[in-house]
Design a protein around this ligand. Structure first.
Ligand code: SF4
Ligand code: FES
Length: 239
């Protein structure tokens, strides 16, 4: 049986001199299998064409639709309205990231800075000869690398992290997962000493307070805490 749901969406345009942060409330008829993606599009089509939010893939792949849903960071395209028993859903933009407008934040700028900080690319002295066959990689190591490469840079682990909310230079679980990914990749020649130079301080591996918010909320179920604990042990034994 269908029911009415209430969506309260945060609205604010930081670029407008007259805009003030507030919530707008919308009442919708819930449909079968309704996600927040569907609900927000209905709101934009029928009530508020000015409401800003981000979606690309609608399938939990691109990572662009993360927002706070009743206080928890989640992918809106993978969130079903039926899971909210009282039918009241409050939406806010992710904290930590720069607010663009309403529910839209600039995760791209933050992720670009993080990737640059952890030098998120293969470091090798070998010169690639494209006329030759690619170097073979042990399938087990390749699988371990791919496992950690499943991150979609949605920013949820950052928004769920006490340290990231308190200090804006913390690279978050997403950044530490990048270190774990390149550390396991046999094509990357960096040593633990090299990784220590990048993340061996309180804005890196030693800033994590092990609150587990990152792993609890990661939509890709990445083993973030195991990886962080492992990297912390390795970094603590450097020097
Ligand atoms: S580690 Fe998980 S929560 Fe964090 S950015 Fe990647 S996919 Fe999102
Ligand atoms: S729209 Fe791509 S993950 Fe939600």
């Amino acid at each position: 049986m269908s029911r009415k749901i209430t969506i309260k969406a945060f609205k604010y345009n930081p670029l407008s001199k007259i805009s003030k942060p507030h919530f707008n409330t919308y009442e919708l008829e819930e449909t079968s299998g309704m996600t927040l993606f569907v609900a927000l599009n209905q709101i934009r089509e029928n009530f508020d064409p000015d409401l800003s939010f981000d979606f690309v893939c609608r399938a939990g792949i691109c990572g662009s639709c993360a927002m706070l849903v009743n206080g928890k960071p989640q992918l809106a395209c993978r969130t079903l309205t039926k899971d909210y028993e009282d039918g009241v859903i409050e939406l806010m933009p992710l904290p930590v990231f720069k607010l663009i407008k309403d529910l839209s934040v600039n995760t791209g700028e933050w992720m670009a800075a993080m990737n640059s900080r952890v030098e998120s690319w293969i470091h090798t002295t070998k010169v690639t000869d494209i006329s030759k066959q690619e170097e073979k990689v042990d399938p087990e190591l390749a699988q371990k690398t791919f496992e950690l490469d499943r991150c979609i840079e949605c920013g949820i682990c950052v928004a769920a992290c006490g340290t990231a909310i308190m200090r804006n230079d913390f690279i978050g679980a997403v950044g530490l997962n990048r270190i774990a990914r390149f550390r396991v990749d046999p094509l990357d020649e960096r040593t633990d000493e090299d990784f220590y130079e990048l993340v061996g301080d309180d804005s890196g591996i030693f800033g994590c307070m092990s609150l587990l918010g990152c792993e609890d909320q990661c939509p890709k179920h990445l083993p973030l805490q195991n990886q962080i604990a492992f990297i912390r042990r390795k970094m603590a034994s450097v020097k």
